[in-house]
Every structure is written in structure tokens, then in C-alpha cells.
Design a protein around this ligand. Structure first.
Ligand code: MOS
Length: 766
């Protein structure tokens, strides 16, 4: 028996019995395009984001950033800064409170905290990257703090930094792991497979650094309570993991730190872990003994928060004349830091999409002296699908076959590297639906064959892929005698619609109206459980925990009702009842039941409450689980200037049950727009001699604007995945995957030019 088989067999013992969740088939609120519960407070400006909280006695922090990438500060002259009116303190490593170095993210035990670098924060004179905070100025007003920060004089002893990716590539090393997976996978003999293939392609694909640019720049407000506890408003994707991280850094108990974030203006991975400014804000509040606000400027986000690594990938494919893949090689080199050690998982799609007999997958990293790289929407899968799905298109062209047909005939029956069955994989159906809606059959496969005046027109397609994730978590649910319910988790709402879909789920689960359910989130003092609005996991994670808590409430309600001989539920077992119309009823006998109000009043109880945990994601051990999609687009390239305009987009996705079409479509469109930025407009410009980011502003780092984005149509299979809570897999990140490849493939179809380096700017087409 293979290791994986024995794990599967062990896992099977712990899997819940195959009984399907009845909500998967119920036509309730789940599946309806419910308007966001926070829509009104957002459009009226009532919603409070971190930097908007009014805290009495608040003072303002401003950071001073290192101007060298490696070395030491030998002297920090704060005298002029201190003399500025309103300045309370200038804090450097000399007078910074002692803090432990933050804990690196560890997915085996998220509860310890999550940071993307384990470097100590302003504890000594060492400098590790250009942009590292070296002083914090605290003043009565933001203007005073920023002005004073500009007057801090730093002398450096600079060393020459390792910042040149090109020069370091030859010495790239194999990382210990890639997000917990082996860095290398070998099946068969890829070299032989490539040599013997009738048709092959073998090319290098490059992508630049990208930086995070959420609408809301990172911000923190921190203050210390008289009892020594720490209270923090923070723009974070995880209130309780940020609380744990701060507790660790300041040697406090988890319960002595409260982190609150009712609304977050986008995160995309950039707010998933703790970065320097949050710890520095808390430390500054301690030093001046006042609440401090430290809101990063847009430049500050570029200097202090990591982004997506620069990358170079090689994809080689070999196939028979019939289009069947014999060999697949996908290797990648990405950059990271010695303090972060994060190898972006660019080879993950290649591990699960195609199953030729000969495979080599391998990742390497180079260590650079920069800010730690981090997760950015579909880290790995975004750039990984650019390389892999461009290569599939190139192979299809060599074969003179339709690229969708190449994918269809290479669709595996089981996961090629994990060697398990798929929980549900409807990629072929997503292609069929998408092709029909997009009119793929009308496309001319011959490059440069479609033209309107000076505009060359082309269409491209690529596969989208993002794994399913679920974390073990806790939820607390309370049903009151008035028939209302409260659901509590420390979830984060950064615009995805979490509160809305969780109310839809809880209402269906308990047979209540949407108005009867309150969803409380965004506060680390809600049931403390590792919860992260990242990895497209939050919906499944919360649903599983709420399901467990509601089951406990039901059992308690049945116990209470069972005490009365005249109750229609007397003697009823949990398996025999269902939620409906504000109460519990016997399945198949809907006249026999009671409302929660009746049960609770008869029992003399004001409420029933339960806190429950969902177990680990055994479903992902037993099955290969992911969301899939097919990205179709049409480009127009100006024959003389190389200008690229997108004229049409259709994304066809298979993400299981769509819990809310309105928020889901918005998420998928947002991902695609971010993919358009990755493909065409975004690029962090980096001084390869000094290691300094040169375009730290939205004026020079170009995210797509409305005119860059065509109408985006979204279709989806809506086929439930019976192994995922509610049948729903994630969809927050998949939209960006496949997008850059679809564009590159469309540009090839339009112009005959194959561009393998992002962003595809017009100069590359001339
Ligand atoms: Mo996402 S990059 O896991 O926030």
C-alpha cells in the first residue's frame, strides 16, 4: 500500500458518514443574489475602516525608511525632528520597547500567529532592505509627524546588497518545501519523454515583481488599556491571528490583545500576516502612553509591505500527433528573503491539471535583500498558469489543434501527482459552456487573420485553477426566545461578501429569515479560532463550524422539547428533524414541530447557545479539491503602435455551489481585473543596483482603470461539490488565474507574436 493510500484509509475512518448536507439541494437563501448586508453603510460612508475610528487623545505616527538595502545605521540624529512643534517622541532602535521577533506563518499551527518575516522589528542597527522602518515619529498631528520624519538624519555603513535576480539565478537553491508540499516531483522520465515526443515546446516565461495596492492602504490604531492589555484597530485579513502575533511579540496572553476590523478595504494577501507598521504602532503607543494611529501612505505600502516575487519559469511539453501529452516539465525560480523563506507556489497548477506519464516539477529560490515577498491573490497559481497555459497554447499551435481540444483529451481521471480522485471536477463542462457563450467556434486559429482597419483582432483561452482550502475553526451560535439568532466568528470582511453569504447560510440552516440572523465578525474576542480571510477558504471554513454549532443547538432544543410529553417533537431524534419556519419539524411531516420560541418559552429559557469546532479538512486528504475555470478573451492590437485593448471577456467557472451569484460574480470579475493588471499594466520598477522600488505610487504603478477593462461576462457550472460544506469551493482567487495566459494567447492569435514576459507592454509588440 502506498503512503498516500494508507493516509487515505486512515482519513476515511474520520470522515463524516456520506450523508449529504440537506442544504446542498435546498432552494433557500443559498444560491440567491442577496444584496450585501453592508451595502448601505458602505455607500453612505457609515462603514468605519481602521484609519477612520475616532479615538480620544489620538496622536499620529510617521515612519522613516532606510535608504540603503543592507548594512547598519551608524548614527540617527533626531534632534531637528524632536524640535518640531507637536512632536512627542522620535523612536529608534535605541528607545524602542523590546519586542520578540514575530513568528513566521506556519500552516501546521496557524494559531501561533502569522508574519511574513521573522526579522526583529527595530531592535538594533541592522538594515535588511531598502524601505525598512528605522524610526517612528509621533506627533499631535499627521502633518507634524510627517514633517519631523523628513528631518531625521541617518548615517549608514552600507554593504553591497544581493538584489539582482538575474545574477543570483545560477545559484538558486531548492527550498525545504513549497507551502508544505515537496519542492520537486518526478514521475517517469521527462527527459526521454520530451526527446521521444512527436511535437514539443520548451520555453522560459518571466514575470516581474508586483506590489499590493488595495484601495485601503494598511493602517493601525493602537492603545494600551490601564490593565496592561493592548487594543488595536487594524486593517487585517485576520483579527485573531494578528492578535496572537502581537501577543507573542509583546509577551502577552492572547486574551490580553484585542484586534478589531469591521471592514477592510481589500487585502489580496497583503494583509494576511503582520507587517512592521502594526507592531511599531503598538510599541509607539506604549512609549508615548497615548493612542497612536499609524496609517501607511501609498509609498509606505510599497516600502513596508511585501509583494509578489519576480519569477522565471520553464515549461516544456511533449505530445504525440494526436495531442496526448507524453511529458510535462515545469520548473520555476522565485525570489524570497532569508527572513521570510516563502517559495511562491508557481508549479502548483502543473501538479494537478494534466497527467502525462513523464513529469518533472521543481522549484528553486534565490535569497535577496528586499522586503519579504508575500502572498498576492492566487500566489503561484496566477504566474504559474501564465507559464503553463501559454505553453499549452503553444503546443496546440504546433499540433495545429484547437487548444480546448488539447485540454479536453488530456483531462485526467484522477489527480496526476496526488494520486487521488477529484471531489468534483467539471472543467470540461466549464470549457463547453464558456466556448458556446463566447462563440469560440467562430475564431480563426490562424494568427493575424482577423483585422478591422489598423486593429489586429485575436481570441485566446486558458485554464483557471485554484485549490480548495478549509481550516479547522470554531463558531458560536445563539438562538433567542424571540426567534432571532446570532452567529459569531472572528472572520474578516474585506469586500468579498462574507457577512452576507454567512447570513444566507445560517438562515437556511436554522429556518430563519435573513433579518432574523445577525452575523458578528471582525473582532478577535469573538470565539478565538485561527481564521484567515485568505486562501479562498473562509466560506467553507465558517460554514463547517456553524454547521457543527447548529447541530449542538438542535440536540439541545430536542432535549428541551423531549421533556414535554405533549411536544410534537417528543421522542424525535436529531436525524429525524429539519429546520423550517423558525423552528424544528419532523422530516416528511411538517405539521409536527415547534418554533424555537415555543420550545424555549416552554422550557423557561431565554436562549440556547453552542460553541463548536469543525474538524481538520479530511476531505482534502481523501480527494483532490480545487476550483476550475476557462478564461476567454478578445484583444485588439494596433498594427502600428502595438497598443493593446481588451474588447471582450468571458470567464466560465466551476467552483461548486454558487452561494450568492451577486457577490460571486463580483469576486470573479475582480480577480480577472487583477489578472488584466498583471498581464498588461502592473510592474514594480526596481533599481537592480540599489534594491530600491522606484515607482511607489499609483501614478507610476499602473493598476487597470475602467477603460482598460472590457465588459466581463461570468458563467458558472453551479454543480455542488458534495465533499465541500454547502457544496461550495472557493472563488476569491481563481479569477486572476489563467487571465494572463488567455491574454498572451489572444495576442498571439491577433499578431503572431508570442510574448513570454509580463507585463505585455506595447514595446514588446513592435
Ligand atoms: Mo489570498 S493571496 O490567500 O489573501
Amino acid at each position: 500500500m502506498s503512503v498516500i493510500e494508507s493516509i487515505m484509509q486512515t482519513a476515511a475512518q474520520f470522515l463524516p458518514d456520506k450523508k449529504k448536507d440537506p442544504l446542498i439541494d435546498q432552494a433557500g437563501f443559498v444560491g440567491k443574489p442577496v444584496t450585501r448586508v453592508d451595502a448601505e453603510v458602505k455607500v453612505t460612508g457609515e462603514a468605519r475602516f481602521t484609519a477612520e475610528f475616532r479615538v480620544p487623545d489620538l496622536v499620529y505616527g510617521a515612519l522613516v525608511y532606510s535608504a540603503i538595502a543592507k548594512g547598519k545605521s551608524t548614527k540617527i540624529d533626531t534632534s531637528r525632528a524632536k524640535a518640531v512643534t507637536g512632536v512627542l517622541e522620535v523612536i529608534t532602535h535605541h528607545n524602542m520597547p523590546r519586542m520578540k521577533a514575530p513568528p513566521l506563518a506556519n500552516f501546521e499551527d496557524l494559531g501561533k500567529g502569522v508574519a511574513l518575516s521573522d526579522l526583529p522589528i527595530m531592535q538594533d542597527d541592522a538594515i535588511y532592505w531598502d524601505g525598512q522602518p528605522v524610526a517612528v515619529v509621533v506627533a499631535e498631528t499627521l502633518e507634524q509627524a510627517e514633517y519631523a520624519a523628513s528631518l531625521v538624519q541617518i548615517d549608514y555603513a552600507a554593504e553591497s546588497p544581493q538584489v539582482l535576480f538575474e545574477a543570483m539565478k545560477a545559484g538558486a537553491v531548492t527550498p525545504h518545501d513549497v507551502m508544505g508540499e515537496p519542492p520537486e516531483i518526478k514521475i517517469g522520465d521527462v527527459k526521454k519523454g520530451l526527446e521521444q515526443a512527436s511535437v514539443s515546446v520548451d520555453n522560459i516565461y518571466r514575470a516581474p515583481r508586483y506590489n499590493h495596492n488595495a484601495i485601503e492602504p494598511h493602517a493601525t490604531i493602537a492603545f494600551w488599556n490601564p490593565d496592561g492589555g493592548l487594543a488595536v484597530f487594524d486593517s487585517t485579513q485576520s483579527v485573531n491571528l494578528t492578535a496572537h502575533t502581537l501577543a507573542y511579540i509583546f509577551s502577552l496572553k492572547n486574551e490580553d490583545v484585542q484586534v478589531v476590523a469591521p471592514f477592510v478595504g481589500g487585502g489580496f494577501g497583503g494583509k494576511a500576516g503582520l507587517w512592521n507598521h502594526t507592531a511599531l504602532c503598538a510599541a509607539a503607543a506604549k512609549v508615548v502612553n497615548r493612542p497612536v494611529k499609524l496609517a501607511l501612505s501609498r509609498e509606505g505600502v510599497f516600502r513596508v509591505i511585501g509583494g509578489r516575487t519576480i519569477s522565471e519559469q520553464r515549461v516544456a511539453l511533449g505530445a504525440g500527433k494526436d495531442g496526448r501529452l507524453d511529458a510535462l516539465l515545469h520548473t520555476g525560480i522565485t525570489a524570497t528573503t532569508r527572513s521570510g523563506r516563502y517559495a511562491e507556489q508557481c508549479t502548483f497548477p502543473a501538479r494537478h491539471l494534466y497527467g502525462p506519464p513523464n513529469v518533472f516539477i521543481g522549484q528553486k529560490v534565490v535569497y535577496l535583500d528586499t522586503v519579504a515577498n508575500t502572498w498576492m491573490r492566487a500566489p503561484g497559481e496566477s504566474i504559474g498558469t501564465f507559464a503553463l497555459e501559454s505553453a499549452i497554447d503553444e503546443l496546440a499551435f504546433e499540433l495545429r489543434m484547437d487548444p480546448i481540444e488539447v485540454r479536453r483529451i488530456n483531462e485526467p481521471v484522477k489527480d496526476p501527482t496526488k494520486d487521488t480522485l477529484f471531489s468534483s471536477r467539471q472543467l470540461v463542462e466549464a470549457y463547453r459552456m464558456g466556448a458556446e457563450k463566447f462563440g469560440w467556434a467562430r475564431r480563426n486559429p490562424e494568427p493575424r487573420s482577423q483585422r478591422e482597419g489598423k486593429w489586429l483582432i485575436g481570441q485566446g483561452v486558458a485554464t483557471a485553477y485554484y485549490p480548495y482550502m478549509r481550516f479547522p475553526a470554531k463558531a458560536r451560535v445563539c438562538i433567542h426566545a424571540d426567534g432571532t439568532a446570532i452567529v459569531q466568528t472572528p472572520a474578516c470582511e474585506m469586500g468579498m461578501g462574507t457577512a452576507t453569504v454567512q447570513i444566507q447560510h445560517a438562515a437556511d440552516r436554522m429556518g430563519l429569515s435573513l433579518q432574523q440572523v445577525t452575523f458578528q465578525y471582525g473582532d478577535s474576542q469573538l470565539p478565538d479560532t485561527p481564521m484567515l480571510a485568505g486562501g479562498s477558504n473562509q466560506t467553507a471554513t465558517i460554514v463547517a463550524a456553524v454547521q457543527a454549532a447548529v447541530e449542538q443547538i438542535y440536540r439541545e432544543m430536542l432535549r428541551l422539547a423531549g421533556k414535554r410529553a405533549d411536544s410534537p417533537l417528543h421522542g424525535a431524534k436529531y436525524e429525524q428533524v429539519q429546520a423550517r419556519d423558525g423552528g424544528i419539524y419532523r422530516i416528511g411531516d411538517l405539521n409536527h414541530g415547534e418554533t424555537y420560541s415555543d420550545i424555549l418559552r416552554a422550557a423557561g429559557r431565554a436562549s440556547v447557545e453552542a460553541e463548536a469546532s469543525s474538524g481538520p479538512p479530511l476531505e482534502t486528504m481523501k480527494y483532490s479539491m480545487a476550483s476550475y475555470g476557462a478564461q476567454f478573451c478578445e484583444v485588439r492590437v494596433h498594427a502600428e503602435t502595438g497598443e493593446i485593448r481588451l474588447s471582450r471577456w468571458l470567464g466560465s467557472f466551476d467552483c461548486g455551489t454558487i452561494v450568492n451569484p451577486k457577490t460571486a460574480v463580483s469576486q470573479l470579475q475582480g480577480g480577472i481585473i487583477m489578472g488584466i493588471g498583471m498581464a498588461l499594466t502592473e510592474e514594480t520598477l526596481f533599481d537592480e543596483r540599489r534594491g530600491r522600488i522606484m515607482n511607489p505610487s499609483l501614478a507610476e504603478y499602473h493598476v487597470p482603470v475602467n477603460l482598460d477593462v472590457p465588459p466581463i461576462e461570468i458563467v458558472y457550472t453551479d454543480i455542488p461539490d458534495e465533499h465541500a460544506p454547502l457544496g461550495a469551493r472557493g472563488l476569491g482567487e481563481i479569477g486572476i488565474t489563467g487571465a494572463a495566459a488567455a491574454i498572451a494567447n489572444a495576442i498571439f492569435n491577433a499578431t503572431g507574436k508570442r510574448i513570454r514576459e509580463l507585463p505585455i507592454s506595447l514595446d514588446k509588440l513592435l
